[in-house]
Each structure stands twice: as structure tokens, then as C-alpha cells.
Write a protein that binds this ligand. Structure first.
Ligand SMILES: [Ca+2]
Ligand SMILES: [Ca+2]
Length: 278
């Protein structure tokens, strides 16, 4: 800012004008600088307040709650598009079996879990994820290799194959959700599984990471336990750095939780997780 003022003074040729301008610039620049460093809290809401982005880092719901004002505007998203903005209230402390934070919205909208709400001025969908339904064979073979290695003889069943260029480098990343298990009943069934894989190109080679893997080898009933079910809920740039985050919707018989993943060094890293359940 002093550089701009200094240059202006030299060319203006008048000390008074230069002095006034210096202070004008100084004030404007100060406001601009303040805006740059001021860290607007970016809350993430899906069924409950999951946490968010604050002061340059990912923080949990407890940490961000006091920094979220009432009347904040939220961009909202479905899996493959931006929906209408909503105005949110101040976070409220709630309690069911566990304590959590919720945010109420002025307009109640369709099923809460189908919509991600991000309290940021920036639009979070510079690129849209695609669901691939054809050409699954290579991915079925990939899943089959994990099943074989883990002594599951069931067929590979792809539930979701999501293609998205997370970092915008022109190369698509792929998230594979495969399962033959039913997470909605309190039963563990023999020869079932639940898998979430992440595929991307690194140094010209395709590499795969496991985000979740469960292999159920026994029939178990009566423990109110169930298998885990996963779904890529949303792919949105939450913190406005141009790289999309992946939000995984995770369910079991008596509960659910969400996991937020950030792409770092070409790896998906879990940065937040919150949910409700028995
Ligand atoms: Ca990419
Ligand atoms: Ca981001």
C-alpha cells in the first residue's frame, strides 16, 4: 500500500494532493488488507453443523459455532448442481444421545440430507461431478481383486462411480463405492462387503487408495450392529481455494455421519467428521 501512495506522490507534483491521496490510499488499502486477512467463518451444514473453515484451517462444530452469525447466507448444493441460497440462524446446541450443533434455515427445504449448505460468499462448484454408469468392467475387476484378497466370494457390485477433476488440472479423479451389504438392518451378513476407493493418476500411473473397507465373514444378528453404507454426497469447494472437497455420507442401522475429504499431495485426506447415532 505504501508503494502505491509513494508512486502517486512522485507523479502528482503537489505535496498537499499527495498527502491527502496518501491517506486515502492508506485507508482504502487498510480496509482491503483487513478484508484479505479477516477470516470469514465458513460453516458446513448437512443434517447438522459438521464444522467448517476458520482462520485458514478445518475446525469442528464446537470450534466454529461461536463465529457463525445469525442471518448468514448459505449457498446450497445437491450432488450435481447448485440450488437456491438460504439464510441460516445462529448455531444452536442440541442434544439427542450426543451433543451436537444445528442451524435452522428461514426456508425449510426438501429432505435435509439431500442438500449441503455452505456459509461462504464464493460459489463452490467450478466443476460438476459425473456419475458413470457404463464401462464399469475395469472397476468391477478392481473391486474383485480387493474381494478376493479378503476372502469374499460375492460379485463386485458398484453402487456409485463418480468422476470429477478435483484440482482442475485436466485429469479426472474417480471415487468408487462398491457394496452388497444392507446398512439399514441390524444384521451383519456373511460374504458381504462395503468399499470406498479413490483412483487418480500420479506420474503417469493410475494409483488406488482405500478410504473405507469392510469385509463381513459371519452372519451376526441381535446385536443392533449393522454394516456400513457409503455414498459420495457432494463434491464442493468449501474453502474457496479452487480445489473441490469430497463429502462422504456414511450410514449404519441407527445412525449416520459425514466425512469431509480434502485433496492434498494427490491424496484424499479426511479433515472433518461428524454425525449422530446410537
Ligand atoms: Ca485432477
Ligand atoms: Ca477447497
Amino acid at each position: 500500500m505504501t508503494y502505491r501512495a509513494h508512486r502517486y506522490r512522485k507523479s502528482a507534483g503537489s505535496l498537499i494532493v499527495a498527502t491527502i491521496c496518501f491517506f486515502c490510499f492508506w485507508q482504502i488499502s487498510s480496509i482491503a488488507c483487513a478484508a484479505e486477512v479477516s477470516s470469514e467463518a465458513v460453516p458446513i451444514v448437512a443434517e447438522l453443523l459438521l464444522g467448517g473453515w476458520l482462520d485458514g484451517k478445518w475446525v469442528d462444530a464446537n470450534t466454529i459455532a461461536s463465529s457463525v452469525p445469525a442471518g448468514k447466507i448459505y449457498h446450497t448444493y445437491s450432488f450435481d448442481g447448485q440450488l437456491q441460497d438460504l439464510v441460516g440462524g445462529a448455531p444452536t446446541a442440541e442434544s439427542s444421545n450426543i451433543d451436537y450443533w444445528d442451524i435452522n434455515f428461514a426456508a425449510e427445504v426438501d429432505s435435509d440430507g439431500d442438500r449441503l449448505k455452505i456459509g461462504s460468499e464464493k460459489s463452490g462448484m467450478p466443476r460438476l461431478p459425473k456419475l458413470q454408469t457404463g464401462g464399469l468392467k475395469p472397476y468391477e475387476e478392481l473391486v474383485a481383486s480387493y474381494l478376493k484378497r479378503n476372502k469374499i466370494s460375492a460379485k463386485p457390485e458398484i453402487q456409485q462411480l463418480v468422476r470429477i477433476d478435483l484440482d482442475g488440472d485436466g485429469s479426472e479423479e474417480v471415487i468408487v463405492v462398491a457394496s452388497n451389504a444392507d446398512a439399514s438392518i441390524p444384521i451383519l451378513a456373511k460374504n458381504t462387503y462395503s468399499l470406498v476407493l479413490f483412483r487418480r493418476i500420479q506420474n503417469g500411473k493410475v494409483i488406488t487408495s482405500v478410504l473405507h473397507e469392510h469385509y463381513y465373514h459371519e452372519d451376526i444378528e441381535g446385536q443392533a450392529d449393522s454394516s456400513n453404507g457409503y455414498r459420495v454426497g457432494f463434491v464442493v469447494d468449501i474453502n474457496g481455494d479452487g480445489v473441490l472437497e469430497m463429502i462422504l455420507n456414511c450410514r449404519y442401522y441407527e445412525g449416520f455421519w459425514y466425512e469431509v475429504y480434502e485433496l492434498k499431495n494427490n491424496e484424499l485426506i479426511k479433515v472433518l467428521s461428524d454425525g449422530l447415532g446410537a
